[in-house]
Design a protein around this ligand. Sequence first.
Ligand code: ZN
Ligand code: ZN
Ligand code: FE
Length: 759
Amino acid sequence: MTAEIHRNKITVKGLVQGVGFRPFVYNLAGSLGLSGFIINTSQGVLVEVEGVWAALETFGEKLQSELPPQASISSCQSLEVLPKNETGFRILLSDCSGDVATLVSPDLATCPDCLAELFDPSDRRFLYPFINCTNCGPRHTIISAIPYDRPSTTMRSFTMCGKCREEYDDPANRRFHAQPNACPQCGPTVYLLDRDGGKRVEGDAAISAFCSILDEGGILAVKGGGGVHLAVDATNDTAVKLLRERKGRQEKPLAVMFPDFAEAEKAAVVSDEMAKFLRVPAAPIMLARKKSGFHISSQVSPHTGLLGIMLPYTPLHHIIFSRFKRPLVMTSGNLSEEPICIDNDEALARLGGIVDGFLLHNRDILIRSDDSVLMEAAGAVRFIRRSRGFVPRPILLASDGPQVLGVGGELKNTVCFLKEENGFVGQHHGDLQNLEAYGFFQETVTHLQNIFDAEPELVVHDLHPGYLSTRWAKEEQSLPTLAVQHHHAHLASCLAENREAGPAIGIILDGTGYGPDGAIWGGEILTGDCTSFARKCCFEPMLLPGGDAAIKAPWRTALSYLRAAYDGNLPDLDFLAGEPVAPILAMLEKKINCPVTTSCGRFFDAVAAISGGRKVIAYEGQAAIEFMEQASGKDGATYGWAIEEKGDIFHLSVRAIVRQVAEDVLAGVSRAEISGRFHRTLAVLLAEAAELVSSLSGLKKVVLSGGVFNNHLLLELLAAHLTEKGFQVLTHLQLPPGDGCISLGQAVIGRQYLIGGRV
Ligand code: ZN
Ligand code: ZN
Ligand code: FE
């Protein structure tokens, strides 16, 4: 009896190009004795397989269960068609027609197979800095269009040699259609330039020279995956200090790349969950607690117990660490606050005054992408900055809809294209307050639009009229626009990421967001969904003397909050000694340049300064971070608080809490206890407020969003209280809680607006 032959036509969508999917399918079909073909299409991948039923069933199962590590399937539809009596399984050339909907892979850290070859003296790619395969190598940063084929990458200028071509064409080879495939004969090369761009040494000699400059305490630029890093010996105080001076970065922590995982673990506490993220494929920066007996320079991350650790992720990094055995500071190649350099000439022009040499190469980076930053909090690893290794993986939404572009806020800007059920959030741009960052923003919009063939119908921007992203939306492009309130975008973003429609209660805590009343919002409890929102609670409105000037000098904010708390009769606190108190008080009295704020970030700044923290900060959030790190859980006490009804909104205590903090300071209570009490108080107060809003609205879902939730202590305390009260708590797991999530929120609100308008 001969078994009956069937044929299935399978359409696969998802992350299936540039991740070894076709060789996987080729080998799988071969092993099951199935005939047919596979082809990359602009929609994803099309597979036809023919054979006996049992083999087809196994094929269908293994297609999902044995997927290559970097691939992911978002939809897989199988249809039975008439058998064609083919023999053998073939990989067909890509079909470029039709709508482009394939997902582009993020850059992938060097895989274990390539690493083994890299250090195998008998391998033809022994110590070759551009080794890669279908499981690793650059992707997003070198691609200009899809389908993902070599001509649409920056590898187009290198012609493969015979041996590379054979690998590339052989479906059984792990370099089959690995677009950046290269070897020392045919691929890119590294070279070292001195600070003026002269004296070129190539290849191995370049790496040796690089390592001896590091040994001598020099600062070097090194071209990595998503841009140029500045590298110095992380154990050399003088070198790190010099880097800070030249880069204009005073105290903000610097990330450290360790030779390997064992070395990283000597310096910092790494949980199993963190370890999973640290390794391939994304290899981000992970914030981890420093261990005692720490051998890294104290200049690397002063005044904090945390250290940003990272592992080598390009072959060049691995080669460097095979010679230079100490950890390296690896920080973005830029002057403070400017975007990372990617272009060789750009690096020479912008970094010439900072470095003692440049280790560059001739494979172009098309789009810059900083290292991502994550930390573990409230039982999960969460984003602080989402970039290289994760972008442009989509946030999978609950539903399809019209295409929309969200252009984000001003700080920690990202943009987001919605297409079908995907939210393509681009990489972190930094603060759109300088022209370079604004240029980077524009590059990303164009790049994402190209690689996803996006055609948005609407551009959504922040309500703030002065943001560069708002101005771009209104003045630099011709599509219809929609303004969305900042905290509404936070709420919608967290809902969308959790594939929830809402409505929900949103506890949105951050530094700054433009309110419809012109005030600076930032400590809000909203109710709403993607259609609309209502403001139910906020912190008591306070005055911010000098606006942005107060953000940089928390003592000013503290003075304002104390003045309000004590009705002008200031208590005698040490932190005000020697400060120009009178002019600030006069400013507050006359309300000159004193915007009204409900910001939670400023509340933290004020309390941190009153309790003896730094009066002026070197980077955003510094005062609050240091305050949190000191928190003690010893006495378990909380401050008294109140929720007051003010018309149609409830005000949460600020003045009463500030007074109790000041009294603790006067009574000599330690800063650690004050911090612990403050955190616990906020958590209780916010949970009670949520319960109040719930009793009025009937809502039992709570969304937590806003940059203050980078404070893991508050996040953990509040989430625990809310859970205890029976709330379903939704937090950010795929995007940062800070303003990097705004663009997704804007875009989903915009999509809902279009859908609503069409009904
Ligand atoms: Zn590899
Ligand atoms: Zn070659
Ligand atoms: Fe925000």
